[in-house]
Design a protein around this ligand. Structure first.
Ligand code: NAP
Length: 264
């Protein structure tokens, strides 16, 4: 199975590195990005074929990942269209805000197209990616999508109508979480813990809490209740968060990001 990438930036680089470190042979990957493509040398070290055009990638691939910025699509896709319509590979777009129908309009009719939204945590192999396909996409093609995106984390199939909300809670939420971690650490600095140490403590506490949720299978409220001893310190903090609008602020952030995505 040959998989091609158009674009070799942050996201393509993370996915390709994930695939190669998961054992996918670099010699089955084809990549094109305009010169000078930054990671060229390290890609070639893995046996990846660096192509001089997008057309060359399409001609040699069973699946092609479109990993360029959304604003590049109106120019790049019509250029690729003749090769796509001839070869008919599975087309996988990771562009934010580009719908299946808009991709089909630019790439041409009759193609199997999958839209995937990964997140930045792909860089550390902990992404959560959502995917949806048009009516031509087969179960076998969906398994190619999972092969690619499970190399950098988890992948879930989601109806396209939910992609904006998904983008908020998966694409944007790392920023929300970074802000939360920094706010906790900053507060600890007031009590004398140096910032670097406070950040290390806060980030590990968040990482461990996410793993507790994953591994226990418990509801978050049940785990919260379990750490709130009657009359203890944690319930004081939880009540302070609620009094200061923590949940409403988080919900407002998700709503703002979802609505913005819908307007893109
Ligand atoms: N980064 C994220 O967290 C994230 C999350 C979800 C989805 N995405 C989506 O992933 C896509 C890529 O994002 P990114 O962050 O990886 O962007 P990026 O780092 O800017 O990478 C884009 C790549 O495309 C190349 N490129 C530009 N025009 C091209 C063309 N005509 N043909 C072939 N390659 C071309 C760029 O080369 P040059 O650098 O030489 O221009 C670069 O290698 C975007 O559509 C974005 O919406 C990103």
């Amino acid at each position: 199975m040959k998989i091609g990438f158009i674009g070799a930036g942050n996201m393509a680089g993370a996915i390709i590195r994930g695939m190669v470190s998961n054992g996918f042979g670099g010699n089955n990957l084809l990549v094109h990005a305009p010169p000078p493509a930054p990671p060229l040398a390290s890609f070639e070290d893995c046996g990846i074929r660096m192509c001089t055009s997008g057309e060359e990638v399409v001609k040699g691939s069973e699946a092609v990942v479109l990993a360029v910025k959304p604003q590049v699509f109106p120019q790049a896709l019509p250029e690729l269209s003749p090769a796509l319509l001839l070869r008919k590979p599975l087309v996988i777009s990771i562009a934010a805000g580009k719908t299946l129908s808009s991709i089909e309009q630019l790439a041409g009719p009759g193609l199997s197209i999958v839209r995937v939204m990964p997140n930045i945590n792909a860089k550390v192999g902990e992404a959560i990616s959502a995917y949806c396909g048009n009516s031509r996409v087969t179960e076998e093609q969906k398994s190619i999508v999972r092969l690619i995106f499970e190399a950098v984390g988890e992948a879930v199939e989601l109806e396209e109508k939910h992609f904006s909300a998904f983008s908020a809670i998966a694409g944007c939420s790392p920023a929300f979480t970074f802000l939360y971690i920094d706010a906790m650490a900053t507060a600890a600095v007031k009590y004398g813990i140096p910032k670097g140490m406070a950040l290390k403590i806060a980030q590990q506490a968040v990482l461990g809490s996410a793993r507790m949720l994953q591994e226990s299978g418990e509801h978050p409220r049940a785990l919260m209740d379990a750490v709130c001893s009657p009359g203890g310190t944690t319930i004081e903090g939880v009540c302070a968060l609620q009094k200061n609008g923590f949940e409403a602020a988080v919900q407002a952030a998700v709503e703002a990001s979802t609505e913005k995505d819908r307007k893109l």
